[in-house]
Design a protein around this ligand. Structure first.
Ligand SMILES: [Zn+2]
Length: 311
């Protein structure tokens, strides 16, 4: 596995067996993944032939520079619509590596709004409190892809693409210190915070996106302790479930099936990225109850299309 721009794919099935990945220990070409419940799994990279969706796979399998250089557009904020809520496998990115090993908080202020629905609209980033004129910093090394006023609501916006393909968005800026195609280092000052665009008070609206897909910045950054959450970032469909939620409001019945003659049981049809734990949250039940209902173990590996009783 190359550590520079290291991207390794592994089956998502083991994610279904436990709750959260706590740590990953590299052992030569292989690794041991340790879960939050202290269980662990040996991942044999040598024999792994998993493929994420075909389009992403084309990008990833090639020259590692390609991932972060492709679709370079200095005029539009989003590069493409590649729906990551449909990736069948987990994409493993390194937030930092031996060549780009620094991280810096964009601003040390308090988080005032999180990545979630606010009423009917989804908030695709984190809001950080600041005073107009406060200096903002690039989180990682990278190259500025976009630096100008955005009429879509971001106001003065800087987008930096990092070497693992992630992009960070810094919005509502008072002043820009960088321009498109400029190389920046982690911690470099990129502009001053402000209140431009659709904003009702001084703050930084901060987003992290991969192929235009917003992910929760708190998956990457521990805002409370002002540090990187982990060197590793596991991208999986569940992180983009908010997309399915918004698009399936009108046809939510398609996901929950009541089988004929079994009118008291609710089934969930397993789709990529699902885990028993995620189902327990979705259906407001517990992992234990789901296991008992189906007479299965929590570590069961789910098959796509399988029907699981959830209630
Ligand atoms: Zn915001």
């Amino acid at each position: 596995m190359k550590y520079l721009f290291a991207i390794t794919l592994m089956s998502v099935s083991f994610l279904g067996s436990s709750q959260f990945i706590k740590d990953t220990v590299m052992m030569g070409e292989d690794s041991v993944v340790i879960f939050s419940d202290k269980s662990w799994e040996y991942i044999n990279m040598l024999n792994f032939d998993g493929i994420v969706n075909a389009e992403l796979h084309e990008i990833i399998k090639g020259d590692s520079n390609y991932l972060w250089k492709e679709n370079w557009d200095t005029q539009v904020p989003y590069t493409r619509d590649n729906d990551l809520s449909k990736i069948p496998d987990t994409l493993w990115l390194c937030n930092v590596d031996s060549n780009h090993n620094k991280f810096c908080m964009p601003h040390p202020g308090l988080v005032t709004s999180r990545f979630k629905y606010r009423g009917r609209k989804f908030h695709y980033g984190i809001d950080v409190d600041l005073v107009t004129g406060d200096t903002l910093s690039s989180c990682f090394d990278g190259i500025v892809r976009y630096a100008k006023y955005n009429t879509g609501g971001y106001g003065n916006l800087v987008i930096i693409r990092h070497y693992n393909g992630l992009e960070t968005y810094y919005a509502h800026l008072e002043k820009l210190f960088v321009s498109a195609n400029q190389e920046v280092q982690a911690g470099e000052h990129i502009g001053l915070g402000g209140n431009t665009g659709h904003s009702t008070g001084d703050h930084l609206h901060f987003e992290i996106r991969l192929f235009g897909n917003a992910l929760n910045p708190e998956e990457v950054i521990d805002f409370k302790n002002r540090q990187l959450k982990s060197e590793n970032l596991f991208i999986h469909a569940g992180m983009f479930a908010y997309k399915r939620k918004s698009s399936s409001k009108s046809n939510s019945s398609s996901k929950t099936k009541t089988l004929p003659g079994d009118d008291k049981v609710t089934y969930h049809k397993v789709r990529s990225g699902d885990s028993l734990f995620a189902m327990s949250l979705k259906y407001n039940t517990s992992l234990d109850k789901i296991c008992k209902l189906n007479e299965i173990k929590a570590s069961k590996i789910l098959k796509i299309g399988e029907m699981i009783k959830v209630r």
